[in-house]
Design a protein around this ligand. Structure first.
Ligand code: Q0N
Length: 310
């Protein structure tokens, strides 16, 4: 776990015969397939997206049904849309029944030790940096920008891969160059910003703004390969384009109802208490599930019908 709050038993990493559980993040679980001798393979990983949802840095007790499958299918769709820009780690979606639809078999890569972030709009950590000194990731920006402003051009704002439980720290471009060499640094920067630009070209037609995104790359034969998940609401900020209005925090396409309910008196939760949030009521779960499905269907033009075992 990355934040010390274990997921609920119902949502924790399943036992999968033929796979060794390696690691669980806040919302995803990693396994290694076993070879014929029962040893973990070193060239493949199984990436399983659970139905866990995080809010305000907590993994909530209540899962959102189908979330893992919706995000997996969205990510696979994006990999297709981006295939002319960058190769990706996907090997197969033929996975055990228990995780069908929500899991992908991938190439195990040597990962760049950098969280590759691109921002097209100013908010979150980027906004904090801008307010402090007028720059983001060492790049000077014009005066007068506010929460939610569109940036003059998309910025590469990399961060460290923090050990679990910690937040990522911003990295300067020079630090990325020092970590991976100038050549890979330049390619990671170009690809990350192009992925966000392409993402927004497609999402804009469907009423969604992708404010920023985090991607991860591995290296194969000296070239970059896109790994992890890509352009999902868990790796990116999705905003409803219709409601975009700079000057205040934007509602999120996916977690709007969750955050609104947790901060309302109805939840009985005090964010400042440091305590874990309470379980979500059924109607908030159902409306949030509908948001993920709607985002998937709007973006891809495909209808979502769960194939998983859920
Ligand atoms: C890898 N992470 C960080 C699971 C994903 N293709 C790969 N090869 C080697 N390592 C990784 C991948 C991928 N993808 C990436 N960890 C290992 C992202 N995690 C976060 C938690 O959930």
């Amino acid at each position: 776990m990355t934040d010390g709050s274990p997921p609920s038993a119902a949502a924790s990493a399943p036992d999968l015969p033929g796979y060794a559980h390696l690691y669980s993040g806040k919302v995803r679980d990693l396994y290694a397939p076993l070879d014929d001798a029962g040893h973990p393979r070193t060239d493949r990983l199984l990436l399983v997206a659970s139905d866990r949802i995080s809010a305000f840095d907590f993994v909530l007790e209540t899962p959102v049904p189908d979330k893992g499958e919706v995000l997996t299918r969205m990510s696979l769709w994006w990999f297709e849309q981006l295939a002319d820009l960058v190769p990706n780690h996907v090997v197969s979606t033929d996975v055990p029944d228990a995780v069908r639809g929500r899991a992908v078999l991938v190439r195990r890569l040597d990962m760049l030790p950098v969280e590759c972030v691109a921002r097209a709009y100013l908010t979150g950590g980027g906004l904090r940096e801008y307010r402090a000194d007028g720059t983001v990731s060492g790049i000077a920006l014009p005066d007068g920008l506010t929460d939610g402003s569109r940036l003059p051009e998309p910025l590469f704002t990399p961060s460290t891969k923090a050990p679990s439980g910690q937040h990522d720290e911003p990295m300067s471009y020079a630090q990325v160059e020092a970590a991976v060499g100038p050549d890979l640094a330049a390619r990671a920067r170009d690809l990350t910003t192009r992925i966000l630009v392409r993402g927004n070209e497609l999402a804009a037609e469907r009423g969604i703004i992708i404010a920023d995104t985090k991607v991860e790359f591995g290296v194969v034969d000296g070239g970059l390969v896109l790994a992890d998940e890509v352009l999902t609401p868990d790796s990116s900020r999705f905003w409803p384009a219709e409601e975009w209005e700079p000057g205040h925090p934007q509602p999120s396409v996916d977690k709007e109802f969750v955050r609104e309910w947790l901060l309302s008196p109805a939840s009985g939760w005090d964010k400042a208490s440091g305590e874990a949030p309470p379980p979500l009521p059924d109607d908030v779960i159902e409306r949030t599930r509908a948001k993920y499905v709607e985002a998937y269907e709007r973006l891809t033009g495909r209808s979502f019908t769960a194939r998983g075992a859920a």
